[in-house]
Design a protein around this ligand. Structure first.
Ligand SMILES: NC(=O)c1ccc[n+]([C@@H]2O[C@H](COP(=O)([O-])OP(=O)(O)OC[C@H]3O[C@@H](n4cnc5c(N)ncnc54)[C@H](O)[C@@H]3O)[C@@H](O)[C@H]2O)c1
Ligand SMILES: O=C(O)CC[C@@H](O)C(=O)O
Length: 524
């Protein structure tokens, strides 16, 4: 049974779903050191934002197939290392958008009306009505930096508050912006025009310290900034200075460069600070745990997860058709590497019939995995296969041919070797099972097994019997036989599925038989 390690608190519904398919250990006590010690036993790891999933952590997870981030931001996971090590990362990006958007609106009203400051004063016995006069958000300009899931929900709510909304995002959906009454602007225009700026961007190289001293100085005098995204996108020291000098009217921060934070910003009287509570609602946590659990269960079962961070997404209705072709693609590729003697010059995948109209990327990745795994020392998965392929200069061309001929769906891998010879391997899926139906000019119907004998020979009486005798002498049990030929007594192929691997001396004996062109022992 697969084993899953959960290092931070996640919702009970998600845990229950995980326990149906795997042994689940919730370990909230792990230090970075003990995490490294524990990881080798686990197939999956689930974290929230506190656990740092570094390259070292991923390397310690020698069995790890998937890391689940119970939440949106994946800046605590070394994605480059996950790609390199072939580990899939899944998250739950749609689960906490409303929670963060509602908190953002709450913080904006909090800033406008000094709610936390007035509350603390009163709890400390001070009735200071004149000190805490505020302003109305109606008619003010809200500037959204980033216009993804959370910012869209903030815009929807800000519109109801009768605010003018402007947004900057390098990839903005103009139609969605128009529907929500949001005007797209440049970042500079947003910075200088907004009364309140709210940040909803991931922490990536391009956004680190995006609001540095210079950009903060370009903000309107007396304006406000809210950060419910990630601490690293604002320079906290520069923000402290901007509040201190009176250039900014206030700041609300749910997130910090280092959590828990230690800088002076935390106690600044014009700052509202929270301990990273954006996603902490009952509803968001239940949904987050359910979504991340679904992703982990899918990966462990070999299905395409809905929210893969470092792999292509396939819609569930397409997955029913595409899924089994991953197994077939990988097997065709492994077969090709064992049946083609000369180095390959080029590879082409042909998606025929109904396959031509579907998402082909996962099949291509499975083919790449099959091509690479025979000759790789480390683990090869669909996640790191493109990386390894780039390293080796291996490229695959793809052709989509919607017209079905013999088969409704036919997947072909065409390998051209350095002498210009073209080798074609084709297959289809029947009731969810991979069938190999084409080896070059031969058409057959073979359900591949882990050990097989392939012979290319001249079709002559007695040939099959002689090979059977040789295998019997070596105590190799034959489970099925498939033959194909170009014409009576012409060139022919025979595939025997066998229960044991064929020893090299038996293969040599077979290769020394009359009428044989070449025999191969194939392991899939
Ligand atoms: N406080 C919390 O608890 C909490 C909870 C959830 C998410 N978050 C943070 O909020 C971020 C946004 O979440 P989301 O669900 O809206 O993500 P999203 O992917 O839907 O949207 C992010 C948007 O930022 C845009 N973007 C990227 N680089 C940009 C740049 N340089 N300038 C402007 N826009 C840029 C992207 O194009 C995208 O549209 C997450 O990455 C996460 O770090 C925080
Ligand atoms: O785990 C959390 O509560 C924080 C989650 C949040 O930062 C996110 O990116 O989804």
């Amino acid at each position: 049974m697969d084993r899953i390690l959960v290092t931070e608190k996640i919702g009970a519904e998600g845990l229950a779903a995980l326990k149906e398919v795997a042994e689940v250990d919730v370990r909230l006590d792990l230090t970075p050191e003990t995490l490294l010690e524990a990881l080798p036993q686990y197939d999956a790891l689930i974290v929230r934002s506190q656990t740092k999933v570094t390259a070292k952590v991923l390397a310690a997870g020698t069995k790890l197939r998937v890391v689940g981030r119970a939440g949106t931001g994946v800046d605590n996971i070394d994605l480059a290392a996950a790609n390199q090590q072939g580990i899939l990362v899944v998250n739950a990006p749609a689960s906490n958008s409303i929670a963060v958007a509602e908190l953002t609106i709450g913080l904006m009203i909090g800033l406008a009306r000094n709610i936390p400051q007035a509350h603390s004063a009163l709890q400390n016995g001070k009735w200071e009505r004149s000190k805490y006069g505020g302003w109305e958000v109606r008619g003010k300009t809200l500037g959204l930096v980033g216009f993804g899931r959370i910012a869209s929900e903030v815009a929807r709510r800000a519109r109801a508050l009768e605010m003018n909304i402007i947004a900057y995002d390098p990839i903005i959906n103009a139609e969605r912006a128009a529907q929500l009454g949001v005007t797209p602007v440049t970042l500079d225009e947003l910075t200088s025009r907004a009364d309140v700026i709210s940040l909803h961007i991931p922490l990536i190289d391009a956004t680190r310290n995006l609001f540095d001293a210079q950009r903060l100085s370009q903000m309107k005098k007396g304006s406000y900034i809210i950060n419910c995204a990630r601490g690293g996108v604002i320079d906290e020291e520069a923000l402290f200075e901007a509040l201190e000098s009176g250039h900014l009217g206030g700041a609300a921060l749910d997130v910090f460069a280092k959590e828990p934070p230690t800088g002076p910003i935390v106690t600044h009287p014009k700052a509202i600070v929270l301990p990273h509570l954006g996603a902490s609602t009952e509803e968001a946590q239940a949904l987050t745990a359910a979504d991340v659990a679904e992703g982990i269960v899918d990966v462990l079962a070999g299905r395409s997860p809905r929210y893969a961070v470092n792999a292509p997404f396939v819609a569930p209705e397409e997955w029913a058709i595409v899924g089994p072709y991953l197994d077939l693609g990988r097997k065709l590729a492994r077969l090709s590497t064992q049946l083609v003697d000369l180095p390959a010059q080029s590879y082409q995948i042909v998606y025929n019939g109904a396959l031509a109209g579907l998402t082909s990327e996962p099949i291509k990745l499975a083919v790449l995995q099959g091509l690479l795994e025979g000759g790789s020392e480390g683990r090869v998965t669909p996640v790191n296969a493109p990386f390894l392929a780039r390293e080796r200069g291996l490229t695959i061309n793809e052709t989509h041919r919607p017209d079905a001929e013999t088969y409704t769906e036919l997947l072909q891998l065409v390998v051209t070797t350095s002498d210009g010879v073209v080798h074609t391997f084709g297959g289809t899926v029947v009731r969810g099972e991979a069938h190999i139906v084409q080896i070059n000019e031969f058409w057959l119907d073979l359900v591949p097994t882990s050990s097989m004998l392939f012979t290319f020979h001249q079709d002559r009486p007695g040939f099959i019997g002689r090979i059977g005798t040789l295998l019997g002498t070596a105590d190799i049990n034959i489970s099925a036989m498939h033959v194909g030929r170009s014409s009576p007594r012409g060139t022919a192929i025979m595939v025997l599925t066998v229960d044991e691997a064929i020893p090299s001396e038996t293969l040599t004996d077979i290769n020394n038989q009359a009428d044989i062109e070449r025999a191969y022992s194939v392991l899939l």
